[in-house]
Design a protein around this ligand. Structure first.
Ligand code: ZN
Length: 98
């Protein structure tokens, strides 16, 4: 498996903050999302975002038929992050207001 931080661009007006691509067994985290979290909350939260995004995508890799809710719950649990903090960094990563 490879992990990359790259510009994932936008699809249909929706920004994608991370993805798992089974074709090349790659987890990709959007560089612009990392930068958005860093600009709003600082480096520590940008690191947290990157860590939870990778954990979330690792869930999808291990459980191709798992749900989004399960992936979010897994990422929060393995990273030991409270739900409020998790949702805050995700909102910022998606470009929504904090
Ligand atoms: Zn997901």
């Amino acid at each position: 498996m490879i992990v990359e931080i790259v510009d994932l661009g936008t699809w249909g007006g929706a920004s994608l903050v991370a993805e798992y691509d089974p074709c090349d067994d790659a987890i990709r985290v959007d560089a612009r999302a990392v930068a958005a979290v860093r600009a709003a909350l600082g480096g520590a939260e940008a690191e947290l975002f990157t860590t939870v995004a990778i954990a979330h995508e690792r869930f999808h890799r291990a459980h191709p038929h798992g749900t989004e809710a399960q992936a979010h719950a897994y990422a929060q649990a393995v990273c030991g992050v409270a739900r409020e903090r998790y949702e805050r960094v995700l909102r910022l990563a998606r470009g929504d207001a904090a």
